[in-house]
Write a protein that binds this ligand. Structure first.
Ligand code: SAM
Length: 260
């Protein structure tokens, strides 16, 4: 996968040299380009912001540097859609050829594991990190008319800029690219993959500060361990995130109690 990021703080993304994503870059599974928006300004001060039309607090990111930067990444095909609109399918998810341009925004669709999985099937993602009060709306409108654009929110709160949101998205998407995480089994059992939160995990020693590992995990009985883990997933999800629990995820006995 190719990932391009446009930002006024390229240093933010130095950490992508580390850990699993760093290894994925070294092995060529992920190709990364980090672009400084200020390199696409043409004034002495390299300004990327100006006062908002209509008044109000704060500054707004100017459209011209964004247009320059994004055109240089997207080329003439600027996030080109397939001309017949039919798209292609990969792993059961329909998508079109050409890059997807993603603007992190508190006004976007909520990022989720399902969205991360869908985006992990793409060949080219381009992220545009907003700052100040955000980017001039015409930038979104311009590229929406030419290709695939998504506004994506990390959650219902406001960050200072898009960089942290993009880092979180790249981590979540990147680890789903085949080969990035050594053991693909570990991805299957994680929180949000099957709609439930993960069961609690334990390692050695079996007893620590008077707290014992649940005996079933030491029993060697794989059937019992699997049943216990499923129960723990259901109990934890019902307690912490009841909004995630839908009857089809529960065994028949639990399903009755939640639907009544
Ligand atoms: N004035 C904007 C509003 O009220 O929606 C907030 C601007 S925020 C200070 C600056 C930038 O941070 C945004 O353009 C966006 O790129 C990023 N950002 C802030 N909160 C975010 C969130 N919850 N999810 C994704 N990106 C966010």
């Amino acid at each position: 996968m190719r990932i391009d990021i446009v930002t006024i703080f390229p240093e933010f993304f130095d950490v992508l040299d580390l850990s699993l994503l760093g290894k994925a870059r070294q092995s060529g599974l992920i190709e990364l380009g980090v672009h400084n928006l200020r390199d696409h300004t043409h004034d002495r001060h390299h300004s990327v912001d100006d006062t908002p039309y209509g008044g109000g607090a704060g500054m707004v990111m100017k459209p011209e540097p964004w247009g320059d930067a994004l055109d240089s990444i997207l080329g003439d095909g600027a996030g080109a859609r397939t001309t017949d609109g039919a798209g292609t399918t990969d792993g059961g998810v329909t998508h079109e050829d050409g890059p997807i341009l993603i603007f992190p925004s508190p006004a976007g669709d909520q990022f989720s594991q399902a969205m991360a999985r869908e985006l992990s099937l793409e060949k080219h993602l381009v992220f545009g990190c907003g700052r100040y009060e955000g980017i001039d709306q015409r930038v979104v409108d311009h590229y929406e008319a030419r290709g695939r654009v998504r506004l994506v929110s990390l959650g219902d709160y406001v960050l200072n800029g898009g960089e942290v949101a993009v880092m979180a998205m790249i981590e979540a998407i990147g680890r789903l690219i085949p080969g990035v995480v050594g053991n693909p089994e570990s991805l299957v059992e994680e929180s949000h993959e099957d709609g439930l939160l993960e069961y609690p995990s334990y390692t050695k020693p079996a007893s620590w500060r008077g707290l014992d590992v649940p005996p079933v995990l030491l029993s060697g009985n794989h059937g019992a361990i699997s049943t216990w883990r499923r129960q723990q997933q259901i109990e934890r999800t019902e307690r912490v995130r009841p909004d995630l629990v839908t009857p089809h995820l529960l065994p028949p006995a639990n399903a009755k109690t939640t639907t009544s």
